[in-house]
Design a protein. Sequence first.
Length: 132
Amino acid sequence: MTNTQYTEELMKRFGKPKFAKKLEKADAAGQVGNLRCGDVMRLELKVNDKTRKIEDIGFQTFGCAAAVASSDVVCELAKGKTIEEAKKLTKDDVIKKLGGMPAIKVHCSLLGIEALEKAIKDYEDKKEVNKK
């Protein structure tokens, strides 16, 4: 496989993403976009406040196959993890789970991680406000 082809895993996730959904009463959300390519990702979280574990997660993505597949992988990697564990996820984790990605599409994996980071920040900001 050359670095210009999509992997079988990437195409499978693009065709049937497991986490493409809008959450009812999400605790937090993060949205990012890339003006150059037009991809937009929104990621939502439900978090157990006691354990700080991500109990449910979903995404809506407008973009290419790599953007949709990356969003799905980010959700799979983050679900069940604590907020602290989820903060450690990287674009390399996403690319590895997809079995690779064309170099020109690597920015999609970064967008998924950035959406997760924004959703976590949104969650933590809301919890901080509620403490006051």
